[in-house]
Design a protein around this ligand. Structure first.
Ligand code: NAD
Ligand code: WQD
Length: 336
């Protein structure tokens, strides 16, 4: 298939492009590089030995998006492009609504104009809010607490409305848990700007000596060791989930899948696994809780297994090993 990947130069997008190309699909990337680097696109080509068409375009640019659809015979879209930092979304909510919502609306409108009605959308476990029980299933109640999460929930609803108005649309909403790790080659990985917000990039920067120590946000949660529990998933497994989603699209419908491992690890367990996998010490101190964190969340990924034939292959050790391998080989990320 010919797949248009928005945000394909980003962390999850770049890994997904590699898996799509490995499976014989053709890939066109649209990315404005606001949170990524052209070097990621070069490395996708290097890893796969295949070419991708790349457009440095903002998905809100109607005219250029229209040209891209004119120039490329697109079968389906995988839509990653968007802003993703929870804390930042509380400081600059309008930028998040304008980028994530308006961008998606422009893109859906252009898709409609060109008769392209297949889309896989990057949603997030954040839409489950603070779940009453775990593991969370796709039909659990939804709630959000910040503008970033609200964009994901609104877009899920918008996509469902689009399908309701025209049953030829194929919409797959993938709710990711906590993606970590990197491609085994060590050539592509997560490259956050500035001080990382997320746990694994922070840990790798401590391990390489760029940051002095990790702050563990709270050790008084109702969990065995008092730190929060999350469902970490290897980004390559996540990427393969997208390939399965694209290849299993039915003739019209909306489907929602959790993409996680179904297992939860505490912050202290992640640190321990990282230290074992990397042979590096990760100094940490216990800090205050971070506002908005839920104590425990992990997903039930059985629907994806049953319907898509997808299941995570990698465990926490491989996730930590590959995060470290990427960091160690690219101490400055994609920057020279
Ligand atoms: P990322 O920032 O690495 O990738 C997003 C890409 O989109 C970047 O390359 C950025 O330059 C591009 N982009 C942003 N706005 C754009 C626009 N208007 N036009 C064109 N390109 C634009 O983030 P990621 O971690 O790869 O996340 C990909 C998607 O998955 C996002 O939608 C994110 O919200 C979602 N998601 C991420 C996580 C996570 O923890 N990483 C979890 C759940 C969901
Ligand atoms: C994981 C755990 C922190 C940093 C976020 C988004 C979510 C989704 C995935 C996009 C938590 C603890 C972290 C640090 C720490 N993204 N931590 N010290 O918050 O589970 O999920 O990314 O959709 O929407 O909210 O991920 O990596 O930030 O935190 O102790 O310096 O690590 O408290 O328990 P989170 P995270």
């Amino acid at each position: 298939m010919k797949i248009l990947v928005t945000g394909g130069a980003g962390y999850i997008g770049s890994h997904t492009c590699v898996e799509l190309l490995n499976e014989g699909h053709e890939v066109t990337i649209v990315d404005n590089l606001c949170n990524s680097n052209m070097e990621a696109v070069n490395r996708i080509e290097e890893i796969t030995g295949k070419e991708v068409a790349f457009y440095k375009v903002d998905i809100r640019d109607r005219e250029k998006m229209g040209q891209i659809f004119n120039e490329n015979d697109v079968d389906a879209v995988i839509h990653f492009a968007g802003l993703k930092a929870v804390g930042e979304s509380c400081e600059i909510p309008l930028e998040y609504y304008i980028n994530n919502i308006s961008g998606t609306l422009v893109m859906l409108d252009i898709m409609k104009e060109h008769g392209v009605k297949k889309i896989v959308f990057s949603s997030s476990a954040t839409v489950y809010g603070c779940p009453e029980t775990v593991p969370v299933k796709e039909d659990f109640p939804l709630s959000v607490t910040n503008p970033y999460g609200r964009t994901k929930l609104m877009l899920e609803e918008i996509l469902q409305d689009v399908y309701k108005s025209d049953n030829e649309w194929n919409v797959i909403l993938l709710r990711y848990f906590n993606p970590i790790g990197a491609h085994q080659s060590g050539r592509i990985g997560e490259d956050p700007n500035g001080i990382p917000n997320n746990l694994l990039p922070y840990i790798t920067k401590v391990a390489i000596g760029e940051l002095p120590q990790l702050n563990v946000f709270g050790d008084d949660y109702p969990t065995e060791d008092g730190t929060c529990i999350r469902d970490y998933i290897h980004v390559v497994d996540l990427a393969r989930g997208h390939v399965k989603a694209i290849e299993n699209m039915k003739n019209g419908g909306v489907e929602i899948y959790n993409l996680g491992t179904g297992k939860g690890y505490s912050v202290l367990e992640v640190i321990k696994n990282f230290e074992e996998a990397s042979g590096k010490k990760v100094p940490y101190k216990i800090a205050d809780r971070r506002q908005g964190d839920v104590a425990v969340i992990y997903g039930d990924p059985s629907k994806a297994k049953k319907e898509l034939g997808w299941e995570a292959q990698y465990g926490i050790k491989e996730m930590c090993r590959d995060s470290w391998n990427w960091q160690k080989n690219n101490p400055n990320g994609y920057k020279k």
